[in-house]
Ligand binder design. Structure first.
Ligand SMILES: Cc1cc2nc3c(=O)[nH]c(=O)nc-3n(C[C@H](O)[C@H](O)[C@H](O)COP(=O)(O)OP(=O)(O)OC[C@H]3O[C@@H](n4cnc5c(N)ncnc54)[C@H](O)[C@@H]3O)c2cc1C
Length: 383
């Protein structure tokens, strides 16, 4: 029986599994076996984690996959060869087509003490650890009431502004970055709105600084400044899953370069989608490590794995429309459109858009919808 294995149960992997199952069904290709292998039993809604780890940010995989006829294997993948994946438990899963979708993790900088004493908002476990730490702080002690967020790009900004809502006015929140301007990587169209939001939230931005050491009680900066704090949170960017190594050409950020069909040019039985893959979104732009690229890439990779097994023409991946929605606290967000990030909505209107994205659009269809409705949601018939 021909077999498709999907490694990773995040946005790319889940959307790939649903699209592959829909394509199999519509081509009456029931003989194709589809297996999703992931180390976690849930899809983690990572973009919401700046709110803190909440139960509804974990979507159980098994009910959804059972509904569409995809086998779920909860295993940690340790290696990939031409026609099989190896698991850390010592098992092997053979495949005819593989979709690699093992995502990304925080790129923790090589700072002394960071891995022991630093915090992260990267996955459910790291976020729950930070929550427990924050809940235990004695806010009457200056050191405990001081929180430092390292990295003033998308995630760092969302984490720092959410902390103001969570910790109240007593907390001293410092946002630190090696760049001179908060949110500089997001472009000049949004930096003044970001600066205003930080000022409104009473968040101190410290630019052109790095952290050189973290202990349980303080951090040391490159300039020699010492900040007494119990809490240093790193938001220093994402790095693709280590499984990309040795599989093919990598972009400068480590992601696998994929062709227009999301295949690895050197290994055409391997597809890659989501944060492990650098695809061409349009003629001028590569995909970013984001849900808005991971989900559609998953859909195309899922369809193509089935179509390839059936000897049918593959579908080209393209995604020229680009938007961002940056949360800046409970009632503030900036929604932009286009690769130059033209601001479309701010304030409460932006926050309403962020809530819609975070609480509806990035969730997979409910398993209770039933198989046909799930297929129609993931792969509308007109598509
Ligand atoms: C704090 C934060 C905020 C974000 N905000 C936004 C936002 O506002 N908008 C946006 O578009 N994106 C945002 N992102 C990025 C977004 O979450 C990622 O781009 C998205 O999760 C990528 O999806 P993915 O499926 O490629 O990988 P992931 O969601 O990382 O999923 C990877 C899956 O693979 C599994 N896995 C990993 N390694 C193995 C292994 N060895 N064996 C088996 N399984 C494995 C994991 O358990 C996981 O299920 C944010 C990310 C973070 C951390």
């Amino acid at each position: 029986m021909p077999n498709i294995t999907i490694a990773g149960g995040g946005f790319a992997g889940v959307w790939a599994a649903l699209a592959a199952a829909a394509t199999r069904h519509r081509n009456t290709a029931d003989a194709i076996d589809i297996t999703l292998v992931s180390k976690d039993a849930d899809l983690c809604i990572r973009p919401r984690l700046y709110e803190g780890a909440k139960a509804d940010m974990r979507v159980p995989l098994r009910p959804l996959l059972d509904t569409v006829g995809v086998t779920f294997a909860q295993q940690d993948v340790s290696g990939i060869s031409d026609s099989a994946v190896q698991t850390r438990a010592g098992g092997t899963l053979d495949f005819d087509r593989l979709i690699l979708a093992t995502g990304s993790h925080l790129a923790m900088p090589p700072v002394r003490g960071a891995s022991d004493h630093g915090f992260a908002v990267d996955d459910y476990v790291s976020t729950a650890r930070l929550d427990a730490h924050l809940d235990g702080l004695d806010m009457s002690v200056a050191r405990a009431a001081t929180v430092v967020v390292v990295g003033a790009s998308f995630s760092g900004l969302e984490i720092a502004t959410a902390l103001r809502d969570r910790l109240g006015p007593v907390a001293r929140i410092i946002l630190l970055d090696q760049g001179a301007v908060a949110g500089h990587s997001l472009g000049s169209n949004v930096t003044s709105a970001i600066a205003e939001a930080l000022s409104r939230a009473d968040i101190t931005f410290v630019g052109e600084e790095t952290v050189t050491e973290v202990t349980a009680r303080r951090i040391t900066l490159g300039s020699g400044t010492i900040i007494e704090t119990d809490t240093c949170i790193f938001a220093t960017g994402l790095r693709p899953s280590p499984l990309v190594h040795g599989l093919g050409a990598q972009a400068s950020d480590g992601r696998l370069q994929v062709d227009a069909f999301l295949r690895l040019p050197s290994q055409p039985t391997l597809f890659a989608a989501g944060d492990v893959a650098a695809g061409q979104a349009d003629a001028d732009h590569m995909t970013l490590m984001s849900c808005q690229h991971a989900m559609p890439m998953g859909v195309v990779a899922g369809q193509n794995a089935v179509l390839d097994l059936l000897g049918q023409p593959l579908i080209r991946y393209a995604q020229p429309d680009y938007a961002t929605c940056l949360s800046l606290g409970q009632s503030d967000a900036i929604f932009t459109q286009g690769w130059d990030r033209t601001v479309v909505l701010t304030g409460t209107e932006g926050a309403a858009m962020k809530a819609q994205i975070n609480e509806t659009w990035i969730y997979p269809p409910a398993s209770t919808l039933g198989r046909e409705a799930i297929f129609d949601t993931i792969l509308p018939v007109s598509a």
